[in-house]
Design a protein around this ligand. Structure first.
Ligand SMILES: Cc1cc2nc3c(=O)[nH]c(=O)nc-3n(C[C@H](O)[C@H](O)[C@H](O)COP(=O)(O)O)c2cc1C
Length: 233
């Protein structure tokens, strides 16, 4: 049990992009992954298959990611968005990038700086652990949502137990490497990853704070009297 309330865990979780090398103790690792196991899923099929790399396995993956990116080997994701982003999503994506670049002191026009920031993904933001979230290729959108719920439960459990994390779509760029490393079957697809460990408070990127759209932009209530003015952190 932790003293943190659910509200505190939800509002306290944020993407951390700079970690200390300190590994997470095994008992704590089991604790948070056991909590995530209680996530809901359609007809309780529990479609998630999660692979966690630590130590030498993590080091090898990181080296190979960096080699592929530096050699310009194109990403070949198993899962991609189906179309181009329109508004308001495009603007939100721009705002998200700006918050991060501002924290890192990178100008929008600084292409080299932006690609250095992007490369940090493949350095795993120096996290000692990285998890990959996979599911069999027979599953569709609803099961991917189940894996998403699992991931949020895991991230909240981590927050409540003093751990930091960053979900990473970029960890789905080379799914063949993940399958090969963990000996996964060919029909196992990789959705995304999650670097995690202990936050390095000295990393400037960790000062980035995102915002959220007003409740009324996302949620439509019908019937009864609803006050939309209270979704701020
Ligand atoms: C599925 C998923 C994939 C993400 N991929 C990346 C990524 O590849 N690199 C990254 O730096 N952040 C990534 N993020 C983090 C988001 O940018 C972040 O969650 C969002 O900006 C909100 O900020 P917050 O997590 O600090 O609240 C991802 C988040 C999710 C949920």
């Amino acid at each position: 049990m932790t003293a943190m309330s659910l509200d505190e865990a939800i509002l306290g979780r944020r993407s951390v992009r700079g970690f200390l090398p300190t590994p997470v103790p095994k008992a704590l690792m089991r604790k948070v992954f056991n909590l995530a196991q209680w996530s809901p899923s359609g007809t309780n099929v529990q479609p998630w298959r999660v692979c966690v790399a630590s130590g030498a396995v993590r080091d090898r993956l990181r080296t190979e990611f960096l080699r592929r990116v530096s050699e310009g080997i194109p990403a070949k994701q198993d899962h991609k968005d189906k179309g181009r982003l329109g508004e308001p999503y495009k603007q939100r994506r721009r705002d998200c990038a700006r918050v991060l670049y501002d924290a890192m002191g990178i100008e929008w026009e600084d292409k080299a700086g932006r690609s250095r920031a992007s490369l940090r993904n493949f350095e795993l933001f120096d996290a000692p652990h990285v998890a990959f979230f996979c599911m069999q290729d027979i599953f569709g959108g609803q099961s991917a949502a189940d894996v998403g719920m699992y991931t949020q439960t895991l991230m909240l459990a981590m927050t409540a137990h003093g751990l930091a994390s960053c979900a990473q779509g970029t960890m789905g760029h080379y799914p063949d490497l993940v399958r090969e490393t963990f000996g996964l079957e060919d029909d196992m697809t990789v959705l995304y990853g999650l670097s995690f460990g202990y936050e390095d408070p000295a990393t400037p990127a960790n000062n980035a704070r995102t915002s959220r759209a007003d409740l009324a932009e996302s949620v439509q209530f019908m019937g009864g009297e609803i006050d939309y003015a209270s979704n701020d952190k």
